[in-house]
Write a protein that binds this ligand. Structure first.
Ligand code: E4P
Length: 222
């Protein structure tokens, strides 16, 4: 399963990319607005992200009608070859998705909350579908059940649209996504580093190092 980082924070992106932990980035208007902080240019931030990560970078349109979405998406796609245009899962977004795909532009259809929405996105040729598991859990509706349903539907009909698990809140979401065979999970930086942690790893490492430190200094160098 590919791991994308769900952020527009360049310091976090560089740290994770240099560690080789990520395969791509997802942004959204909220994340980019936060990174721009009211003064930076969001397009410059996107260009910098595209240089920092050798993988797909999702950049979302903010228009609500198809013609404007297409205009914005084309501009976003011009920023770099690795831009994936993100559109919301509404009729105008699916129309724009078809247009982008006919032009060879990759599309991430976002804000997916039901299996039928995912079916329509795949039929519109989406490169990625982004079901939001955390926001479904928040309203007491099983987010991971939706992933299982979409994976099954896409398998039934050999759709090539990749299932990109979004709105991830915990390492358990990531493990469940991988067990269900999702193609990608997009993860906030905090959760990415939680994936690495285990108390037995820390305890074991402490014990190894303290046993080694008991050797005379002349024997410790490797
Ligand atoms: C996905 O692309 C979205 O940016 C993101 O996963 C939304 O997550 P949230 O529900 O934590 O805002």
């Amino acid at each position: 399963m590919k791991i994308f980082l769900d952020t527009a924070d360049l310091a976090e992106i560089r740290r994770a990319a240099e560690a080789g932990l990520i395969d791509g980035i997802t942004t959204n208007p909220s994340l980019l607005a936060k990174a721009a902080g009211g003064e930076g240019d969001p397009r410059d931030i996107l260009a910098e992200i595209c240089r920092a990560v050798d993988g797909p970078i999702s950049a979302e349109v903010v228009a609500t009608d198809t013609a404007e979405m297409v205009r914005e998406g084309r501009k976003l796609a011009e920023i770099a070859d690795n831009v994936v245009v993100k559109v919301p899962l509404v009729e105008a977004g699916l129309r724009a998705c078809r247009q982008f795909r006919s032009e060879g532009i990759k599309v991430n259809v976002t804000l997916c909350f039901s299996p039928t929405q995912a079916l329509l996105a795949a039929k519109a040729g989406a490169t990625y579908i982004s079901p939001f598991v955390g926001r479904l859990d928040d309203i007491g509706s099983g987010g991971m059940e939706l992933i299982a349903q979409i994976v099954q539907i896409y398998e039934n009909y050999d759709f090539t649209t990749e299932v990109l698990v979004a709105s991830v809140r915990s390492p358990q979401h990531v493990a469940d996504a991988a067990l269900l065979g999702a193609d990608v999970a997009t993860i906030p930086p905090k959760v990415l580093y939680q994936l690495l942690q285990h108390p037995l790893t820390d305890r074991g490492l402490d014990a190894f190092l303290s046993d080694w430190a008991k050797l005379p200094e002349s024997q410790r160098a490797i």
